[in-house]
Design a binder for this molecule. Structure first.
Ligand code: GUN
Length: 434
């Protein structure tokens, strides 16, 4: 098994028993040299609860996707040659508005959640749409398929920056609808006992009036909820904050109580040193979306610097600003983009495979305050079993195997995925599912 130990180091354990309790939490990790290894293994065989990770396959923690726009799934990979503002107005807002149609929402969300689980994503932080009922459809599908989910009802009410057909009619109406969504999510949580959390979701500063930003800051405090938005993603977005508030984008969000230790801000490609300090002081996390940033980010996000300044960082696919639902592909891009930043700035900005793995596992989990992302006692058994397709032709050193898995794992290599010990994706067929 492989689990991240620190930002710079992944631990490799060739042989161990991972004991998962009835509630889906890792109870013990027993190494082959421990005195009760054989007896615990035999007991599991007797109870038919032993699951074996065969040679050439590896057990990894499930990943957290810290930034996904669920209703954008049908356009993943489309129109990415357009600038952000045009892409939003011409393609994205019309698509999101279609989710009033709940049959359409159901079809799209089922496809998305199956795809995320098949790619090893066990926790997702989702932007929904404006439509409360469609967001609840997403929540129910997550509950049904076993996806741990944080879901936000999007707020946007600035008439100058949003179209008539896709906008809250006023700040008060949007806030009321959001409070309704929060209550319905709490009810759903109770009915299904699924791991569902509502999230306060101002789309981004340009889409919202100051009344909405203020009201959402207050709702987050009232219900002690996570917050998600976009921050300093593009030169255009930064310019909007400067022109309308005479402040940096991060400062605007902070002035409305939206940078908290439960907030996750997407992109941050243009965060400067003082913004990073603000994030660090507020314990606000950054969702690094390296594929999307190539298209809309205007710059490579300074991830190594953010980590060194003690900003919490995880990875996001940003479906559909990013075209791929795979966190593996985003780890690869995070490493590649960091090299470009190094070449451009001559700073020590380069990320390693171990760094990227840390962001995908521990980084995402810490941002959301969930005990996932590590194969350790006390953590949720959110796990994936992946196969190394290069084992016949490449080296058998643990570091080499690890790097190969980061670079070459496709959906086909992800054999099984578990959330809290429950099998949620099985690529081995019924029989071998055991
Ligand atoms: N990438 C991205 N940036 C945004 N900024 C505001 N909305 C969006 C969105 O849907 N995607």
């Amino acid at each position: 098994m492989i689990t991240s130990a620190t930002f710079d180091k992944a631990d490799f354990t060739p042989k161990a028993l991972i004991c998962v309790d009835q509630s889906g939490i890792i109870d013990r990790v027993i190494s082959a040299t421990d005195s009760d290894y054989q007896s615990v293994k035999q007991a599991a065989i007797n109870q038919d609860t032993l699951r074996i990770v065969h040679p050439g396959n590896y057990l990894l923690p499930g990943f957290t996707d810290l930034h996904i726009h669920a209703p954008q799934w049908p356009q993943a990979g489309l129109a990415l040659d357009k600038p952000l503002n045009e892409w939003l107005n011409t393609y994205t807002f019309p698509l999101e508005a279609k989710f009033k149609d709940l049959a359409y929402a159901k079809k799209v969300y089922k496809s998305l959640i199956k795809e995320l689980l098949a790619n090893g994503t066990t926790t997702g932080l989702f932007f929904g749409s404006l439509d409360t009922k469609a967001n609840l459809v997403l929540a129910k599908i997550c509950a049904e398929y076993g996806q741990r989910a944080f879901i936000g009802r999007v707020n946007m009410d600035n008439p100058k920056q949003t179209p008539d057909y896709y906008r809250d009619s006023s700040a008060a109406q949007g806030l009321l609808e959001t409070e309704k969504f929060i209550q319905e999510m709490f009810d759903l949580q109770k009915q299904t006992s699924a791991q569902l959390t509502p999230v306060i979701t101002p789309r981004f500063v340009p889409s919202c009036t100051p009344e909405t930003l203020k009201g959402l800051g207050q709702l987050a405090k009232k219900y002690d909820l996570p917050i998600q938005s976009h921050c300093s993603e593009s030169i255009w977005e930064d310019g909007f904050a400067q022109e309308n508030f005479q402040k940096r984008d991060a400062q605007v969000l902070d002035s409305f109580g939206l940078l908290t230790d439960k907030a996750v801000m997407a992109h941050g490609t243009l965060l400067n040193d003082s913004d990073l300090k603000l994030f660090s002081n507020r314990k606000t996390a950054l969702a690094h979306c390296p594929i999307s940033n190539v298209y809309f980010g205007n710059q490579v996000a300074p991830i190594k610097k953010a980590h060194e300044q003690r900003v919490k960082v995880g990875l996001g696919t940003d479906i559909s600003g990013g075209f791929s639902p795979s966190i593996y592909k985003n780890m690869q891009q995070a490493i590649m983009s960091s090299q470009i930043l190094k070449d451009q700035t001559n700073l020590n900005s380069r990320l390693t495979a171990s760094n990227a793995f840390y962001l995908a596992t521990i980084g995402g989990a810490e941002a959301l305050h969930v005990k996932t992302g590590q194969i350790k006692p006390g953590y949720q058994a959110d796990l994936q079993i992946v196969s190394d397709s290069f084992k016949e032709v490449s080296s058998n050193r643990s570091q080499d195997i690890f790097e190969r898995l980061i670079y070459h794992t496709n959906k086909e290599n992800i054999l099984q995925v578990y959330v809290s010990g429950k099998l949620v994706h099985n690529n081995l067929g019924e029989k071998n599912g055991k």
